[in-house]
Design a protein around this ligand. Structure first.
Ligand code: PAF
Length: 288
């Protein structure tokens, strides 16, 4: 069964008649194969899946693409119905608030802010971005009453920030992360890829290619032995202003790598024209 809900009061009425555990897939819409793989996983694991579609103004900076962000609700619903058709006896509810007031009613004044981890990497480039994310995700967790939420690994820092919030606030929700979905040329799928011209897309491939280069070095030798080669790549890349950052962090907590680190994440943000793209690679390492 498929249902589209546009108002909080209707969502609450629906909750009153639902007794099953809910899997939540929070999105900003303009769904692609990556989102659909999260929805597929939730449909597999839960009787009821709730997909939220809300372009959250609080996570966009003043000069970012909030106004242009693609809003394609009708097409998104068609794609979700096709995904649901692959299952029998499942329920898929889409909550796409009819207006921003449904999420942030008049007088809304709360900000959920996770210190430290929100301020590095994307948080340093986009001040306030993660406060917007955690504020809306906390609200979505509450209104969805979900027991599990599904996120993509492409937004690795986002997942880490949300996991920290869940832990700190004692929220009763299980966070699951699914691998990055890529197009055939290796570019991580993102709603923002559609802003790229053919030429810009070629340039954007610098991002996954550089991450692969570093990954290869880290899998073929220890952290200490591969250091010199990796530092050369980091230095050369970062002298190109299109890189917002290119860093390697402990995958557990995004802290600096230490002799106790056994898994790292290589994270990059790369800007082509006005389009900012992010990507990452998780790699098991031997420190020495
Ligand atoms: O990853 C996204 O699409 C957004 O940051 C999210 C989690 C839906 C919050 O607006």
């Amino acid at each position: 069964m498929f249902k589209l809900i546009r108002k909080i009061e209707d969502l609450n009425s629906w909750h009153a008649s639902n007794s099953k555990a809910i899997g939540l897939v929070p999105t900003m819409g303009n769904l692609h194969v990556g989102h659909l793989s999260l929805v597929n996983k939730s449909l597999n694991e839960n009787s009821v899946t709730l997909v939220t579609i809300f372009v959250n103004p609080k996570q966009f900076g003043p000069n970012e693409d909030f106004a242009e962000y693609p809003r394609t609700l009708e097409r998104d619903c068609e794609l979700l119905k096709e995904e649901l058709d692959k299952f029998s006896g499942k329920e898929l509810v889409v909550f796409a608030p009819a207006s921003t007031d449904e999420i942030y009613p008049d007088g809304f004044s709360t900000i959920i802010s996770v210190n430290g981890i929100s301020e590095i990497l994307c948080g340093a480039d986009r001040p306030g971005h993660f406060d917007g994310v955690t504020t809306v995700v906390h609200r979505l967790f509450n209104i969805s009453k979900a027991s599990t939420a599904y996120f993509g690994q492409k937004d690795y820092q986002q997942v880490k920030v949300i996991q920290r919030m869940v832990l700190d606030m004692g929220l009763q929700i299980d966070i699951k992360t699914l691998p990055i979905s890529r197009d055939e040329d290796g570019l991580a799928r993102s709603s923002r890829n559609q802003y790229l011209t053919t030429e810009a897309r070629q340039m954007a491939l610098t991002l996954p290619k550089t991450l692969s280069q570093i990954e290869k070095l880290l899998t073929s030798d220890s952290w200490l032995n591969s250091g010199v080669e990796i530092n050369k790549i980091l230095e050369t890349s970062l002298s190109d202003k299109r890189w917002n950052y290119l860093e390697i962090k402990d995958a557990n907590n995004l802290n600096e790598v230490t002799p106790n680190t056994n898994k790292v994440v290589i994270l990059g943000a790369f800007k082509v024209d006005k389009t900012r793209l992010i990507d990452n690679r998780l790699v098991k390492i031997n420190y020495a």
